[in-house]
Design a protein around this ligand. Structure first.
Ligand SMILES: [Zn+2]
Ligand SMILES: [Zn+2]
Length: 349
């Protein structure tokens, strides 16, 4: 089968951005698009013909080695595919011909402290799709039947893909933010996750005022179209301070800025795996008066299931830019240089 494969970590070379990791090779095309053995499935697994796969900023982190994965690896953890083969030990009710989604949570042990307390995202043996096992930048992918989600046959596959990570992780961050009616809510960074979460908030909490902070005028324009109450540059002061906020950016300084803009007792949720620059906090300025900050790690099946059902119920739209499998490197470059409005998706079949 055709697949886009990462064989060696490399810094993604993008015009206009300086080299940051001199120890790594510096490549425009870090993925090799090649013929690669199709996966073979074992007990409890299903084989999917991949229809579409979302491109996530985590994939940039994987390529550049900030997230450690097996090598070689086929990235891609927002997979929509059609089941073409079912392994033994079935029982999940998933059959040949079903269209399903696969997310970052590829498998968990089901037995550890975290799995038994509804926090399988923190499982000690969390297996990540497109990292610990091959993912969806390929014509075929294997998945565990207990970790796939039915996609309605009428759904648009390309627009469904970004819900599986950008949407689901953003939704987890929203749950951790404990949003309440009537509060002021800030979104820092307005990419794949935030453009979905803004719509979810406007549906679930219509009385919440949403302020969007982004360096990109294009992203601010999309935020206004999707119902943001105020938009500005991260250095701009909003009309009032925030009760809750999510920081979606890879920039350390933004975490400090978001905490500075919180009301007393406010909560900031940081939704990014690795910050590329240091988070420097001053106790008095950023944390005093009962402000709290927490991170989000991975997703659980509950996050994905709930977000998919909210998206279907309320008609949540995803803005996508479509690439072919052969253009996977271009999608990564465009994502790294913030040229994507919404989500990048590889349309594979
Ligand atoms: Zn992701
Ligand atoms: Zn576990």
């Amino acid at each position: 089968m055709r697949a886009a494969v990462l064989r060696e970590n490399a810094e993604i070379r993008v015009e206009g951005l300086p080299r940051r990791y001199p120890d790594l090779p510096w490549r425009e095309d870090p993925l090799s698009v090649e013929d690669y053995p199709a996966p073979e499935i074992g007990p409890g697994q299903v084989l999917l013909k991949v229809l579409a796969c979302g491109v996530c900023y985590t994939d940039v982190d994987i390529v550049e080695g900030r997230v450690r994965c097996k090598l070689p690896v086929v990235p891609g953890h927002q997979i929509v595919g059609k089941v073409v083969e079912v392994g033994s030990e079935r029982g999940s009710g998933i059959g040949v011909g079903d269209v399903v989604g696969v997310a970052w949570v590829g498998r968990t042990c089901g037995r550890c402290y975290y799995c038994s307390t509804s926090r399988e995202n923190l499982c000690d043996s969390f297996t990540a799709t497109g990292c610990h096992v091959d993912g969806g930048y390929a014509e075929y992918a294997a998945a565990f039947a207990d970790f796939v989600y039915r996609v309605p046959p009428a759904a648009d596959y390309v627009h469904t893909a970004p819900l599986l990570c950008a949407g689901a992780v953003g939704y987890r961050a929203l749950r951790l933010a404990n949003l309440e009616d009537g509060v002021r809510f800030g979104l820092f960074g307005f990419g794949a996750s935030a453009h979905i979460i803004l719509q979810v908030v406007k549906k679930l909490f219509p009385s919440v005022e949403v302020y969007v902070f982004s360096r990109s005028s294009e992203h601010r324009r999309l935020a206004e179209e999707l119902g943001a109450d105020w938009t500005g540059h991260p250095s701009d002061d909003p009309p009032k301070k925030l009760h809750r906020a999510i920081d979606f950016t890879p920039v350390g300084e933004i975490t400090a800025r978001a905490l500075e803009l919180l009301e007393k007792g406010g909560t900031l949720v940081v939704n990014v795996i690795r910050k590329q620059t240091l988070v420097n906090l001053e106790y008095a300025k950023h944390l005093w008066l009962e402000k709290s900050v927490r991170s989000v790690a991975n997703v659980s099946r509950r996050d994905v299931e709930e977000l998919l059902s909210i998206a279907a119920k309320y008609g949540i739209k995803t803005e996508v830019q479509i690439y072919s499998l052969e253009e996977a490197n271009k999608a990564l470059r465009d994502l790294k240089s913030a040229k994507i409005t919404g989500s990048a998706v590889l349309k594979i079949a």
